[in-house]
Design a binder for this molecule. Structure first.
Ligand SMILES: NC(=O)c1ccc[n+]([C@@H]2O[C@H](COP(=O)([O-])OP(=O)(O)OC[C@H]3O[C@@H](n4cnc5c(N)ncnc54)[C@H](OP(=O)(O)O)[C@@H]3O)[C@@H](O)[C@H]2O)c1
Length: 200
């Protein structure tokens, strides 16, 4: 099975780690302050989730990045080449406290993100729901909560789609980054914050 690292241990990073832990999937969680600062957090999330450095998390087969937009350049700086490994962009180009959208020059935020993770196979996912819905039970209303994903590499998307299924969500492939990532982009896309359920 692919190893998993998470860069960013805030609301979304911890929610992803929680979803993985509930399904017995190990992962390395990291932040900017180092593994010692995460000892209590990983203990609370559960077995299989370990604290690591940013570089340790970035060395895994699948690397989730869940960092405030303005911090992405630092979070992705000075890392070894991703060498076609999968990097999941969970990020939105807006930040507290001002909630002023960043200027992306008309591009999808994931296209801008992909430039910061050269050679990675970027998949956009886990960015459109509130953290408690990512961490919570994906079974809802007799169906499964929907998680969207998009990307330009079919193999990477298939792997993230399979992981989403394994977590108990209903994955929906929205196509390429230029198309799908724009649909789930917050702000601007029509899909973020929709808590959808698929039946059957
Ligand atoms: N919160 C939501 O409702 C939500 C929903 C969907 C998507 N998102 C997106 O998910 C991303 C994360 O949001 P969040 O709410 O989880 O943010 P958050 O709670 O503020 O957490 C941000 C995390 O990023 C880490 N970080 C910052 N700079 C870093 C660096 N250079 N290296 C490694 N880690 C670094 C921080 O670590 P330190 O504390 O150690 O600096 C912290 O653990 C954002 O892009 C956001 O738009 C958020």
């Amino acid at each position: 099975m692919s190893s998993i690292g998470i860069i960013g241990a805030g609301n979304i990073g911890r929610a992803i780690a929680t979803a993985l832990a509930k399904n017995g999937i190990p992962a390395t969680l990291s932040n900017s302050r180092g593994p010692d600062s995460l000892a209590d957090i990983v203990a609370a999330i559960g077995p299989g989730i370990t604290a690591g450095s940013r570089k340790e998390a970035a060395a895994k087969d699948i690397v989730f990045v869940a960092v405030n937009w303005s911090k992405l350049p630092a979070a992705l700086a000075d890392l070894p080449d991703f060498g076609s490994r999968i990097v999941v962009d969970t990020n939105n180009p807006i930040e507290a406290p001002l909630f002023k959208p960043f200027d992306l020059g008309g591009r999808a935020s994931s296209e801008v993100f992909a430039d910061m993770a050269p050679s990675a196979r970027v998949v956009k996912a886990f960015n459109h729901l509130q953290p408690h819905l990512v961490a919570g039970d994906p079974a809802s209303e007799g169906g499964k909560r929907v998680l969207f994903y998009s990307g330009d590499d079919a193999g990477a998307k298939a792997e993230i789609g399979a992981l989403i299924d394994r977590l108990g969500f209903a994955g929906i492939d929205l196509g390429s980054l230029a198309v799908g990532a724009r649909l789930v982009q917050f702000p601007g896309g029509p899909l973020p914050a929709l808590n959808l359920v698929r039946f059957g």
